[in-house]
Write a protein that binds this ligand. Structure first.
Ligand SMILES: CCCCC/C=C\C/C=C\CCC/C=C/C(=O)SCCNC(=O)CCNC(=O)[C@H](O)C(C)(C)COP(=O)(O)OP(=O)(O)OC[C@H]1O[C@@H](n2cnc3c(N)ncnc32)[C@H](O)[C@@H]1OP(=O)(O)O
Length: 301
């Protein structure tokens, strides 16, 4: 179900767990930003918040799944539906993906979705990850990651699926740390990393499960620009506007030409990829690693 909420004179659309969606994403303008529609009053079911500036056709998609935007089933479904709806909206030209909670862009897959679950459950969960990725990576829109905080693992996956990455300066990390959890990043995720930072650096990063501070990520090319955290959204909007000076059709066809092989490869190997994920994730030793990792996260406090 998708509904509109009016708050302080601003209209917001909230995406919640179940769909189908309607069609009109038109929203009022914010006094604080050319595109963002002001601050939100949200409830726990609003896991993705979307605003769109009708004039420019730029939508901002804010992940809103406290405390750390971990990608659970509900958030994956909401993101996918949201990406697909924006894709269908002829007046939409670009999408900025960000977090409604600055300091954490996305903590990656919800580890609890992988812990002590049946093989069928994790298989279905993985398919939701695949489908969400297919809709974002294969989007005709200009897609910009406005990474306003930590972005490990699945957070890095989301960022890599976008066309351009702007990250907050400071003590924030990004990278693919899967091996630290005894997990192996799938071929399509590894390939995006190779495409972003080159074979040798990607190989090393993936093997050791490296999480990079934002300045190192910039140096490697894992992100494209660093800005103070309070400027991430504004700079993302400015950058998108530059991209939109290029005719949509030529840009989108060029993007598809470079992404089609990887998209097709996953579509072809989807069931095999699910099977591997099921087998790997439910292995006893992996479950033990996940448990230890969860304990380590809790012990941090
Ligand atoms: C060769 C063939 C291979 C085929 C493929 C096979 C297998 C494929 C396998 C894997 C590929 C998958 C790709 C993606 C994988 C993932 O995304 S795994 C998840 C990895 N995520 C992380 O490691 C991040 C962990 N979290 C953190 O480091 C921090 O939470 C933080 C994001 C830096 C934020 O820090 P802070 O603001 O200090 O918040 P807290 O640490 O205090 O966390 C708050 C609560 O949230 C819980 N939490 C954090 N992250 C997660 C998570 N990812 N999932 C679930 N829960 C999480 C944390 O425990 C706290 O909970 P409590 O408040 O203590 O209850």
């Amino acid at each position: 179900m998708a509904t509109f909420i009016a708050s302080g004179g601003r209209v917001w659309r909230k995406f919640v767990k179940t769909f189908p969606l309607g069609s009109n994403l038109s929203l009022k303008r914010s006094p604080t930003s050319a595109l963002a529609n002001g601050r939100l009053s949200s409830t726990s079911s609003e896991n993705v918040l979307v605003s769109k500036d009708e004039k420019s056709g730029i939508a901002t998609v804010r992940m809103n799944n406290p405390p750390v935007n971990s990608l659970n089933t509900a958030l994956l479904l909401s993101l996918r539906s949201c990406f697909e709806e924006l894709e269908k909206d002829k007046s939409c030209r670009a999408l900025i993906l960000t977090s409604n909670k600055p300091k954490v862009f996305c903590a990656g897959l919800d580890i609890l979705e992988l812990y002590q679950k049946s093989p069928d459950y994790v298989g279905q969960f993985w398919e939701k990850v695949q489908d969400m990725w297919l809709s974002l990576y294969g989007s005709r829109l200009v897609t910009m990651a406005a990474i306003n905080g930590h972005s490990p693992a699945g957070g890095c996956l989301l960022s890599l699926a976008c066309d351009y990455r702007i990250m907050a300066e400071g003590n924030f990390v990004i990278g693919l740390n899967e091996t630290q959890l005894d997990l192996v990043a799938p071929f399509w995720l590894r390939q995006m990393m190779v495409d972003a930072i080159g074979y040798r650096q990607a190989e090393m990063a993936l093997m050791v499960g490296a999480l990079y501070p934002s300045n190192k990520a910039l140096q490697l090319g894992l992100v494209d620009k660093l800005v103070p955290i309070e400027d991430v959204q504004t700079v993302a909007e400015e950058e998108v506007k530059n991209w939109l000076k290029i005719p949509d059709q030529a840009r989108a066809i060029t993007k598809m030409a470079s992404r089609k092989p990887l998209l097709d490869e996953l579509r072809k190997r989807k069931q095999e990829d699910i099977q591997t994920f099921r087998d790997e994730t439910t292995r006893e030793s992996v479950q033990l690693s996940i448990q230890q990792y969860l304990d380590k996260l809790k012990a941090k406090k």
